[in-house]
Ligand binder design. Sequence first.
Ligand code: G3I
Length: 468
Amino acid sequence: MRTSRSSRTSRTSRAPRAPRSSVPSRLTALVTGAAALGALLTAAPAAHAADLPLRDLAAAKGKAMGTAVTGSKLTGTYGEIAGREFNWLTPGNAMKWGSVEPTRGNFNWTEADQIVDFAEAHGQEVRGHTLVWHSQNPSWLTNGTWTSAQLGQLLNDHIALEVGRYKGRLAAWDVVNEPFNEDGTYRQTLWYNGLGADYIAQALTAARAADPSAKLYINDYNVEGVNAKSTALYNLVRSLKERGVPIDGVGLQAHLILGQVPSTLQQNIQRFADLGVDVAITELDIRMQLPATAAKLAQQADEYKAVVAACVAVSRCTGVTVWGFTDSDSWIPDVFPGYGAATPYDENYAPKPAYGGIATALGGTTTPPPTGACTATYSVTNQWNTGFTGQVRIACSGASLSSWKVNWTYGAGQRISQAWNATCTQTDAAVSCANASWNGTVPDGGSVTFGFNASWSGSNPVPAVTLG
Ligand code: G3I
């Protein structure tokens, strides 16, 4: 998005960087629910979830693919998927005022720093979220009694401090979040009531001063289609542009409901683009009434595809961020009881049909993965001069196994010397690992892991695995 501040990998402008490698750092094999139910399968499954990680498919289209993340979860499978599939990260909560300054003058940057560090280590951009909002503010701020002058000073100081802290490291900021009511009037907030509507211009100006390279956004929900609220946002952006107030983009949150994707989404993106600002879909999820059924998940895949395709179709739409990539890290069930299954991965990190919908909108050639699936995921857990320890995790969701076999072919002369929790044989480069007597059963929602030690030299590329 802009040049990096440090000696880390230099960055290109606006469009996401090129794929780091055509080989994902970790590959997942998938067996369809229908095929996986029942006895041992010996045939290789049709395909892994997509030809390339979503971030690489998106990059090839000149788009970004992002997710909101929780910093404390960025290890294990969650961290691997977040690093492999996405090239934008948004802290779900870590950069909100209430998170970073819970008591006045006492700051906690731990999670925010962790996410930014993770992003830089994984060649990802960060969208800062969010500086000025009516929610998740510290109680000392919301309970205080402030004059307009004091409030303006608090706003300026907060922005200068937080934006300044990450100067040069963040691609974009959601400077102002959710300023409008549904009818297009301004939301009565601490900021509006104390400073009037110009708190928005003030915040944008302060953010530009604190980090001239970060793209500055106004972000809101229910502004995805053409309606009274999005038209109010449109008029605001037009007026800010006319006044010379720094505004670079509009964030359409896109917290959508199954069956209710606005038909005017692309038209709406285009009209903002025509004002001369970027547009990002910043918080996409598509919730459904539980239980999730195959039909609902298939419809959800189509709707994810339609939303991503609308962004792909407009050149100034910079990308799509999902608001959490797994149903285990989604805000929906807490806030909308009875609703859920809103993200592209299920609670066990198996890609849902929605994943395939996104992939195909980004030019992927594989069909969406079926609803029920068992997946095998290979990873290197430790590596030293000549050897490494690897593991394969077999997980089922909407399907089950009564026995299993995982096959792969090494591409760089690696040789397995010892395996546990599976019987592994290697002939030349071909490895085949079958379940032990005690762990052939993988129930729906369950997982089994086996490990091995192996030798390597030169390089240790991750092989594609197939689950049979
Ligand atoms: O951290 C505490 C934890 O200590 C406590 O045990 C737990 C008990 O409920 O609460 C935890 O805090 C929760 C926090 O998320 C972190 O998980 C809050 O209660 C909860 O209200 C908060 O919800 C967040 C919500 O914003 C607040 O409005 C969601 O995670 C977050 O995804 C959501 O994100 C917003 C965007 O910022 C703006 N657009 C809408 C979107 C969805 O509401």
